[in-house]
Design a protein around this ligand. Structure first.
Ligand SMILES: [Zn+2]
Length: 397
């Protein structure tokens, strides 16, 4: 159990303030009474904190709710105009940059296709920087009002002593992405693996809400995942936990982009699915090519067989997660995960059932993500938001 340090009055005030802010951020509109119930703070403490947040303009009154017999209660919410966060999704098929207000409403976005297979570091850095200028320009929002930029990247992210990206499948070896961006922008920057940022978005706002133990699976060109254990993301010793794409589903099987053989990604990633179909595609074309394959399954026996086999492999991979981790929910997302899941969810569930132990399978639901393919960028934008809500970040002004 975490030992609670003897806090000063100032620490206590900051904790109370963070509790109220988190509650308003995740649940949007609440009355002071709701906040007291949700946070366990006394009515007087909530009143004090709310007064401070109203004075600072972080929180606003957003309307009134009827209360039983009493006078109407003022509803409070985050002030969307107080500050902004930017989320960047460096995917394998595109770079997406989105700007959100404090209620996580999207205010502007920019997208750039990535081609060819191999990520060129300079291209990605230029796309991110162009995207930051584009969303600030389009929204007319001042640079100084941006609380921070979160960047979701495929691969393993080493945070210290400096941010390094290890993207073994696409040729990034210890790329100092933080330093490369920092040379051109002074906005506060945060980095995490894209599957982990997507996982955070689905857990906070989407299909993961209310779950404490879950796995969020991201399927794009490759396959990644985020493990949520007891409400927090499991990182492992060096932040590489949940590389689901590289669990072996066929010993001695197809060659994987990582150099090994028989990995799940070598069967269920979009790039591998298209190769198995005999239509290898550059990254920029994979999204439409996979959609065409799925459409063709009604008339093409080959397309139908490839999809059936893909569902089998995905189900087997998910069964390994269920047997190892005993999650209450498995969520399928990523652009390819949403396309495949939309068509094959029943088959994937059936394969997972066949390959799982009965008891943990009965405790698990397998669902589609609710936030669409933009979930990685939305989740990346929650990285600076976390710091802001915890009180360690003010507006840049
Ligand atoms: Zn692999």
């Amino acid at each position: 159990m975490r030992e609670r340090k003897r806090g000063t009055v100032r620490d206590l005030r900051r904790e109370n303030r963070a509790a109220v802010l988190w509650s308003l951020y995740l649940r949007q509109r609440r009355s002071r009474q709701d906040l007291s119930t949700a946070t366990g703070l006394s009515a007087a403490s909530v009143t004090n904190v709310v007064r401070e947040l109203l004075d600072e303009g972080i929180v606003i009154e957003t309307g009134q709710a009827d209360s039983d017999g009493g006078r109407p209660r003022a509803l409070l919410g985050m002030n969307p105009e107080y500050g902004y966060v930017i989320g960047v999704d460096v995917g394998e098929t595109r770079t997406r940059v989105e700007l959100f207000d404090l209620t996580m409403t999207e205010r502007a976005k920019a997208e750039y296709p990535l081609d060819p297979y191999k990520h060129d570091v300079d291209v990605v850095v230029a796309q991110i920087l162009t995207g930051l200028d584009a969303v600030l320009g389009d929204s007319g929002i001042d640079h100084a009002a941006v609380l921070g930029v979160g960047v979701g990247v495929p691969g393993i992210i080493e945070q210290r002593p400096e941010v390094l990206v290890h993207g073994q499948t696409y040729g990034w070896d210890a790329v100092p992405l933080g330093r490369l961006l920092r040379a051109h922008t002074d906005l506060p920057l945060y980095f995490d693996n894209g599957a982990k940022t997507m996982g955070q978005a689905e857990m906070w706002f989407g299909a993961g809400r209310g779950a404490r133990n879950a796995v969020v699976v991201l399927i794009g060109s490759g396959v990644g995942a985020s493990l949520i254990s007891g409400g927090t993301t499991y990182q492992g010793a060096t932040s590489s936990a949940a590389e689901l794409g590289h669990i072996v589903v066929v010993v001695g099987g197809r060659k994987c982009r990582c150099g090994s053989t028989g990995c799940l990604e070598a069967y269920a990633g979009a790039e591998a699915i298209l190769e198995r179909y005999g239509r290898p595609m550059a990254a920029a074309d994979q999204e439409s090519a996979l959609a065409e394959l799925i459409d063709a399954a009604g008339t093409s026996a080959l397309a139908a067989a490839i999809l059936e086999e893909t569902a089998q492999f995905l189900g087997a991979g998910i069964a390994s997660l269920i047997n190892l981790l005993n999650p209450e929910r498995v969520i399928l997302g990523g652009w390819a995960g949403l396309q495949l899941g939309g068509r094959l969810l029943a088959e994937i569930r059936e394969s997972a059932r066949q390959h799982s132990l009965r008891h943990p399978f009965a405790a698990t639901s397998i669902e589609l993500g609710q936030l669409g393919p933009g979930a990685v960028a939305l989740g990346a934008a929650t990285l600076p938001m976390e710091s802001f809500l915890n009180g360690s970040l003010g507006p840049a002004a």
